[in-house]
Design a protein around this ligand. Structure first.
Ligand code: NDP
Length: 293
């Protein structure tokens, strides 16, 4: 990453997968943000666990503990980055005021520049890579996914708004270096693209008619949320974008994913600083392509 992404960054779901890779790339960057905050359900445990359960953790695998060490070495040499791992279950809304206090203390009077809503879930049944056949779908499965992938990001934005507004008042061009929310979404939430992807899948899938509510309905709602927030708060200097990370090799994306976490995140971090006012409320792919709704 050649240029600094933002002064302060808060990322949810950072103990594995894409979230952990974001932390790794930020903390080891030659121009790291002033403050990097990663949240996860069990930070103490995450400080010891490996980064992806499925893709063969070995001695080269990364964990938050090692990242914390890298960060310390970096800060002793020449760069000072504050790296905090904070506890947060994104659907535990009662804990949000406490989280806001901790984040506010870490970012200081400059406020929070960038919130990345990354934590997400996908329920699937054992016979399907993605989705659940309709006859096996339970109401709680649907609502759990909607809550984690859609309600929780909205509630976090609501609580973090004062800190984002603080950062926005500093001024400058609209973008991630000023005040922005990046919602990690999926092209499967795009009505246009999901139809094309589904058609391609139908050619190769033997079992069809799965109700893939996980990748589709919750992310479509997240995309609309991104749009609505951009429309409501864009005039205050805040940017909201939905990012499709690609089909990535993580526990969720499985080892069949097309790209690694390293590739996905390095391209996302190259794309984010290029986004400006005209991108507010859009769905953008990891490589910078604007995707249709
Ligand atoms: P993983 O399953 O590897 O990681 C998901 C992360 O979300 C974990 O850190 C998990 O924490 C966290 N999480 C889930 N529920 C909660 C919760 N209630 N509170 C706090 N943290 C929670 O998935 P990815 O890294 O692949 O996915 C990251 C994002 O990217 C998701 O939003 C996903 O929908 C999106 N995405 C991924 C794609 C892919 O191909 N991988 C494609 C399109 C979108 P814990 O360990 O505690 O469960």
């Amino acid at each position: 990453m050649a240029d600094m992404l933002a002064g302060s960054v808060l990322i949810t779901g950072c103990n594995r997968g894409l979230g952990l890779e974001m932390i790794r790339q930020l903390v080891t960057s030659s121009t790291p943000p002033r403050v990097v905050i990663g949240t996860c359900r069990k930070p103490d445990e995450a400080l010891q666990t490996t980064y992806c359960k499925e893709t063969a953790p070995d001695e080269t695998s990364l964990n938050l503990k090692r990242l914390a060490k890298v960060q310390q070495i970096g800060s002793q040499n020449q760069i000072y980055t504050e790296f905090l791992a904070l506890e947060s279950n994104v659907v535990d809304y009662k804990s949000l005021p406490g989280l806001v206090e901790e984040v506010g203390a870490a970012v200081g009077p400059q406020g929070l520049n960038l919130l990345i809503n990354n934590a997400g879930i996908m329920d699937k049944c054992s016979s399907q890579m993605f989705g659940i056949p309709l006859e096996h779908l339970e109401p709680h499965t649907f609502s759990n996914v909607m809550e984690t992938n859609t309600t929780a990001p909205l509630m976090l934005v609501k609580e973090m708004l004062p800190l984002l507004r603080k950062a926005a008042t500093v001024g400058g061009a609209i973008g991630v270096r000023r005040a922005a929310v990046v919602n990690i979404s999926s092209i499967m939430g795009s009505m246009v693209v999901s139809r094309i992807v589904r058609k391609a899948c139908d050619v190769s899938c033997t079992v069809r008619k799965v109700c893939d509510v996980n990748c589709t309905v919750s992310k479509a709602a997240l995309n609309m949320l991104t749009k609505i927030l951009a429309m409501n708060f864009g005039d205050e200097g805040l940017m909201f974008v939905a990012i499709h990370p690609g089909w990535v090799q993580t526990d969720m994306g499985t080892s069949s994913g097309m790209i690694t976490t390293q590739e996905s995140i390095s391209r996302i971090f190259k794309t984010l600083p290029t986004l400006m006012e005209k991108h507010n409320g859009l769905l953008v792919s990891y490589d910078g392509t604007v995707m249709p709704w």
